[in-house]
Design a protein. Sequence first.
Length: 209
Amino acid sequence: MKNDSATVMVVDDDSGVRNAMRILLKSVGLESRLFSSAQEFLDSYQPAQLGCLVLDIRMPGMSGLELQEQLNVRGAVIPVIFMSGHGDIPMAVEAMQHGAFDFLQKPFRDQELLDRIQRAIAKHRELRKSLGEVERIRRLLDQLTPREREVLDLMALGKQNKAIAQDLDVSPRTVEIHRARVMEKMEAHSVAELVRMTMDIRKGAAATQ
């Protein structure tokens, strides 16, 4: 995937907070983009960008929670760190239930925020890597014929050629041919690797839901 340099996106309607965040992030070599509203962020959001989102939970117009909802609808996987005041704790808990990476109660120490940002970026990098692998496996799966896909599904269940032949009402020799083609098209070196690939597909589907 592209855009491998991390950017911290800060959304806060308070210009003083935005400027302080920019200076703090710059001091540790982190790139940042600042937005005064949730809508301004959404209008320029690029899903391929590596990084994390630091988001004020209370803002005029679209709130932080509403922005999170919009990102969830779009299937975005960027980690969200909410900044919340003491009275916003119930909202922050709700945000966590809807997939937020973390939240910080104001006031917080600079190092505490930086530590969580670094963890969020590492999480996003890990997610992008696993989703990239899922995309590769899906492209390989698209090359299989319907019959080869059936053979793959039964192989992943641990069934041997004879059992697969019985299930599909074909000869064991036919299963052997399909099995060899599946291994070749999926670029797999063992059945264990095929099983891992099918598991990765299921995990990838769950991650985007």
